[in-house]
Design a binder for this molecule. Structure first.
Ligand code: ATP
Ligand code: MG
Length: 350
């Protein structure tokens, strides 16, 4: 382990890594008890890759994303443990969770280094400001541009995201845009400061299928132009298959499997991932996850050991202990005892 750490305890980020999340735990202290929304999650995001985050509702996808921006809903939400490092062009990796969430340095990270596009643009766009004013605010804040230069930049960004007549659209209010245009405008705001990482938290769920595929295409084009990484969160297998290089699969606050998109789709190892793929509807909206009945345990009565065990066809005695992440192949890991070395259960799961 020694050589993977810098002198002051920062993990050494390999050149191709942009973000490094280490053992992140985010809990909510509610009247009914503690909700372990994110419970010991570790992953990295490499430069220029698209990392897909897949999982059913409530499994901790959005809270993980918010932690990357140090935006945990307070006071109930608390970072219980973990570190998030952002690799910078120069200097030491930035320890995001050590920064004051309301301070200047964190403000600079948001937008300039990491931006987020939320699921529902109408709740994220401010209805009383024009789309142009909202982009201008971001670029003036981060780049100190003059009013005129910021306005030009706003029009340029709207044109980049495929909005026609950008010079006129700058003066429009969010309600004058269609749903697809609003989502494009959100992407324009998020990209206006050329972030290194774009977090897209179910950005196309509210859109129809044609607009959705246009937006996905647009994000991929912009990724190439701007050399950025994308963390793409969704419960839609079809979208993940289209956009992601690597995928992490979350279940009840934990990562249960990680691998390349191909490995997750064609060689899923964790029984939960396997069930997800099986439960994919064959008709209607392709790829939308239907939840696995009875599979997600209540956050207030979690089973001992593997949370998926009560719904798992392969569960055995050992599943009463929390499984380790077991390496299937380079980069492909499953948090499941079936694959433990010397275990005789591998064949059963395949
Ligand atoms: N403000 C909050 N107060 C209490 N619990 C919360 C709060 N926000 C989230 N949670 C809980 O944290 C867990 C993870 O929530 P999160 O929003 O990350 O889920 P998700 O995977 O993004 O789901 P979805 O697909 O529905 O967006 C859930 O159990 C949720 O109920
Ligand atoms: Mg969410």
């Amino acid at each position: 382990m020694q050589d993977s750490f810098l002198g002051r305890g920062h993990p050494m980020l390999k050149q191709d890594q942009l973000v490094n999340v280490e053992d992140l735990q985010v809990f909510f202290h509610t009247d009914d008890g503690i909700v372990r929304a994110v419970d010991g999650v570790s992953f990295d995001i490499k430069k220029q890759e698209t990392l897909g985050v897949l999982g059913e509702s409530g499994c901790g996808k959005s809270i993980t994303a918010r932690a990357l921006l140090n935006l945990i809903p307070r006071p109930r939400g608390r970072i219980h443990n973990g570190k998030i490092f952002l690799h910078q062009e120069q200097g030491q990796p930035l320890d995001i969770l050590s920064l004051n969430p309301f301070g200047k340095q964190m403000g600079r990270v948001r937008g300039r280094e990491i931006s987020i596009v939320f699921q529902e643009p109408m709740t994220s766009l401010n209805p009383v400001y024009t789309i142009g004013q909202q982009i201008m605010e971001a670029v003036r804040l981060h780049h100190g541009l003059s009013k005129k230069a910021a306005r030009d930049r706003a029009a340029e960004m709207l044109s980049l995201v495929g909005i026609s007549s950008p010079a006129e659209s700058v003066d429009k209010y969010p309600h004058e845009f269609s749903g697809g245009m609003r989502q494009r405008a959100m992407i324009a705001i998020a990209l206006s400061c050329s972030p290194k990482l774009l977090i897209a938290d179910e950005p196309t769920t509210a859109l129809d299928v044609t607009i959705e595929s246009q937006i996905l295409e647009l994000m991929q084009e912009l990724q190439d132009t701007m050399n950025m990484s994308i963390m793409f969160i969704t419960h839609d297998l079809g979208v993940i298959g289209e956009i992601a290089d690597r995928v992490i699969v979350m279940y009840a606050g934990k990562i249960v499997e990680r691998g390349t998109c191909r490995e997750i789709f064609y060689e899923p190892k964790h029984p939960y991932t396997q069930k997800l793929l099986e439960s994919r509807p064959k008709v209607g909206k392709e790829g939308e996850l239907s939840s696995i009945r009875g599979s997600v345990p209540s956050p207030f009565s979690l089973p001992k050991g593997c949370y998926f065990a009560p719904s798992c066809d392969h569960a055995h005695d050992r599943c009463h202990q929390d499984p380790e992440e077991i390496r299937i192949s380079e980069g492909h890991w499953a948090k499941c005892w079936l694959y433990d070395e010397g275990g005789d259960n591998i064949a059963a799961a395949e």
